[in-house]
Design a protein around this ligand. Structure first.
Ligand code: GLA
Length: 400
């Protein structure tokens, strides 16, 4: 973090109080948790970025597809924009061998070779399992094989694990969840390989309150996203409220993977999806077919100015700061003192929207940049007013 003058610092503190300063709660955490939180911050200092197979491919993912997606991640500019993890979701699992070692099924003939291939592209590779006997799609889970599976994945060169509750509710009580997740975290740590740990249990047991303490680098806050406006907007706008304080460097709220480019929403709605996830400091895991995406999809996923908001090193999740009917203004404090501000219109018709400086803790004149038009809009006093398309967003960076 860059050093700031005392004046800049006090200004930032003032706005942090207005928006809620995540740094303060560090002091409230038990001292004993600090070492594991610091280690977690090394693994995911900003929300993980990458791709996951589930939203587009579900059970149709295989070795060839994953290699081609890795190729496309590089050739499309996604890698340059910051996407790094190529994550295989459910349905890769095969039978265990006589010693109980998990093997991939016939879709993945050689996981180690696949990991080498992905690493050779300068990318990282992720995998998926469940603490239960079976995964959500009915494949082999890690129940009673936790340490053994962690060792296998580390030997393959895996860099990221999504650990999905699924059938674990048949063998564990809900209140055992933190211990069950901690068990896998301990197993991953024991391998000595840095492996991002993604908790997937749909927000049960208020996971945001304990996810970081069991080593989670991210945790799903809701059930599965679907590629439509209702699902995306309900998850993004409504279901994240109140979780802001639990997110920060090393441990992030995860409102689920992106649906951008999968065809169920229009360009404006996908821009809203990307903007909302960036304001939420959410992991950005593309869920589309990177090999065949059109220019519009690529431009949305690789908008570097919006990604810079998502990846801001202060790591402070944004929040809704005012609402008038379907019009919502969100703000997020950024590390250099700027504010990211998003004017969202959830309604079905175009709306004129304003953001007034006092709700942002600002006074005087401030320069504004529009992050979807990539344009400096000028300096504005007291407020900014703009038209926002139906289901759309105007996303701004306001200089201090
Ligand atoms: C659950 C998860 C999804 C996906 C599937 C795979 O539904 O929430 O993200 O991993 O399982 O079976």
């Amino acid at each position: 973090m860059a050093l700031r003058s005392p004046v800049e610092c006090s200004k930032r503190t003032a706005i942090s109080h207005t928006l809620g300063n995540g740094m303060h709660r560090l002091y409230l955490l038990p001292i004993l948790l600090l070492p594991s939180l610091l280690a977690a911050a090394d693994l995911a200092p900003t929300p993980p970025m990458g791709w996951n197979s589930w939203n587009k491919f579900a059970e149709k993912v295989d070795d060839k597809t994953v290699r081609e997606i890795a190729d496309a991640m590089v050739s499309s500019g996604m890698k340059d924009a910051g996407y790094v993890y190529v994550n295989i979701d459910d349905t890769w699992e095969g039978e265990r061998d006589a010693q109980g070692n998990i093997q991939a099924n016939s879709k993945f003939p050689d996981m180690k070779a696949l990991a080498d291939y992905v690493h050779g592209k300068g990318l990282k590779i992720g995998i998926y399992s469940s603490p239960g006997p079976k995964t959500c799609a009915g494949f082999e889970g890690s129940y009673q094989h936790e340490a053994q599976d962690a060792k296998t994945w580390a030997a393959w060169g895996i860099d990221y694990l999504k650990y999905d509750w699924c059938s674990a509710d048949k063998v564990y009580k809900p209140e055992e969840m933190p211990a069950v997740y901690k068990k896998m975290n301990d197993a991953l740590k024991a391998t000595g390989r840095p492996i991002v740990f993604s908790l997937c249990q749909y927000g049960l047991q208020d996971v945001w309150k304990w996810g970081a303490s069991v080593g989670g680098n991210l945790w799903r806050t809701t059930g599965d996203i679907e590629d439509n406006w209702k699902s995306m907007s309900t998850i993004g706008f409504d279901k994240q409220i109140g979780h802001e304080q639990y997110s920060g460097p090393g441990h992030w709220n995860d409102p689920d993977m992106l649906e951008i480019g999968n065809g169920g929403m229009n360009r404006i709605e996908y821009e809203t999806h990307m903007s909302l996830w960036a304001m939420l400091a959410a992991p950005l895991l593309a869920g589309n077919d990177l090999r065949s995406m059109d220019d519009t999809t690529r431009d949305i996923l690789t908008n570097k100015e919006v990604i810079a908001v998502d990846q801001d090193s202060l790591g402070q999740q944004g929040r809704m700061i005012s609402r008038t009917g379907v019009a919502q203004v969100w703000a997020r404090q950024l590390d250099n003192g700027d504010l990211a501000v998003a004017l969202f219109n959830r309604g079905d018709v175009m709306a004129e929207m304003s953001v007034e400086w006092p709700v942002l803790g600002l006074t005087g004149k401030h320069k504004i940049r529009d992050l979807w038009h990539h344009a400096n809009m000028g300096a504005f006093r007291d407020q900014y007013t703009t038209e926002v398309a139906a289901h759309g967003v105007v996303m701004l960076r306001i200089a201090r």
